[in-house]
Design a protein around this ligand. Structure first.
Ligand code: ATP
Length: 297
């Protein structure tokens, strides 16, 4: 069953500028999917549409098989969400925030709340949310998003701006708190987090889904080809080769990402032209991401 299903999602922002141009994406029960994309690619907009904070201008979004028109309350009770910005009321006390959440969610797990409060050092609760450090705010937001044991957790760069230890702990807690078979959709700019958590990667570029693959396949099935710029080949030549995902000039080299193993790509390219000084290798996830995104026309 699809836990999240985006179909043909279009969304415009100020002055009619379209930021999502027809996104189709499905997430099945139990999957952990990372949403990647450069700044401004449209990840937050898509996730805000998923959690019902924004409506698509065209297309449909369904969670747990339900649309927001018919099942907004049920969707919200089965969902947990941590946004990149703070949505909780700055003037509320931490205790007040937990009280509201306990009342909102019939499935609230008080023993999980107590456990996480001890782990995060949030036992007092009289402090105002607005006075907390960024790390503490994220811990409160995460606790609110997971203590009702959501079937789907959506995290939009939940750990951005946190130090590495705090970032790791926040994500570990998020994953530990999920019940077996729960689904996680998260956006991140940290490739280590993506590699540690995700089984599938969806890459958004300029409001379009550029790639949607299992992480294993990404690791094994793509090649970074690097050539000196003085070779007779141009960026346009590389982009015309079948299986090229992106190509660009950087640091006096031509760099292109291809689908296929390094050996296969090397052999393929040799058929097209004489590529002097060509080096083909498996890119790291970060190199794959940077070269593919920066290599778009
Ligand atoms: P980042 O990684 O920087 O968080 P993102 O992939 O999450 O980026 P979005 O925040 O979804 O990208 O933004 C997509 C585009 O929509 C950007 O061009 C952004 O400027 C624009 N945008 C987002 N929110 C608004 C808004 N409230 N009003 C106008 N434009 C907006």
């Amino acid at each position: 069953m699809n836990i999240v299903e985006f179909r043909g999602i279009h969304r415009s922002m100020d002055r009619g500028m379209e930021v999502l141009h027809g996104i189709d994406l499905k997430v099945e029960a139990g999957e952990v999917v990372a949403l990647l994309g450069a700044n401004g690619a449209g990840k937050t907009t898509l996730l805000r549409i998923a959690v019902g904070l924004l409506h698509p201008h065209r297309g449909t979004v369904r969670l747990f098989g339900l649309g927001y028109e018919e099942g907004a309350l049920e969707i919200k009770q089965r969902l947990g969400y941590v946004s990149e910005s703070e949505l909780l009321l700055a003037s509320s006390t931490v205790e007040g925030i937990f009280e509201v959440h306990r009342a909102l969610f019939p499935t609230w797990d008080s023993s999980l709340e107590s456990r996480l409060r001890r782990r995060f050092g949030l036992s007092g609760g009289r402090l105002r949310f607005g006075t907390l450090s960024k790390g503490k705010k994220r811990q409160v937001a995460l606790l609110c998003a997971v203590a009702h044991r959501p079937e789907l957790l959506i995290l939009d760069e939940p750990a951005s701006g946190l130090d590495p230890a705090a970032r790791r702990e926040l994500l570990e807690v998020a994953v530990e708190a999920l019940n077996e078979g729960s689904t996680l959709l998260f956006s991140s700019h940290h490739m280590q987090d993506v590699e540690r958590l995700a089984a599938r990667v969806a890459l958004i570029h300029d409001g379009r889904l550029l790639l949607d693959r299992p992480l294993d396949e990404l690791r094994e099935s793509f090649t970074l080809a690097v050539l000196p710029t003085e070779s007779s080949v141009t960026m346009a030549d590389l982009r015309r080769v079948e299986g090229c995902l992106g190509a660009r000039v950087s640091n006096q080299t031509l760099r292109a990402v291809f689908e296929g193993t390094p050996q296969a790509v090397q052999a393929d390219l040799a058929q097209y032209s004489k590529f002097d000084g060509l080096i083909c290798s498996r890119p790291s996830l970060e190199d794959f991401f940077v070269e593919t995104v920066e290599g778009q026309p």
